[in-house]
Design a protein around this ligand. Sequence first.
Ligand code: ZN
Length: 156
Amino acid sequence: MKTLTLLVLVVPLISNSIEIPTQVIANFEVPYEVWDNLYQFLEEASITLPPTPVFIYETNSLYEFGLITGKPYTIGGVYKDFMIILQPVDILIRKGVFIKVLTHELLHWVLFGLKEEYQEGLIYWWLKDYEKDEVDKFLDVFDGDLHKFIVSNWEQ
Ligand SMILES: [Zn+2]
């Protein structure tokens, strides 16, 4: 009985302790795991969130996604100029890629000033998508210090 009461008290405290950045504006609810990933990355990289807001738009259909992005349906989301366009969330969830796709696109935002040529590789590497070709290119120049790498390859 005591344990149960404690859980009831502790669980809301944990979820309240996750800080939702005000500069992320989405037309759906961003899951807790995505914030968790994002803050973990910021901590590992010793960087802070960009001051410029990012807008996340969940499209209503694959047709609309294709129309807006011009990308094939194998691409779950697109980041460009502080805007993220996503396939319908229920489709991404069914494919089992929702958390990963959204984290991936938000990392493009976080790394907005990083040289374009390293962005994809760094993000794939951090999300453990090691099979991607871009990861090799990134690892060729990465010495293991994430903060130093980001700062020294920052363009803006
Ligand atoms: Zn990407």
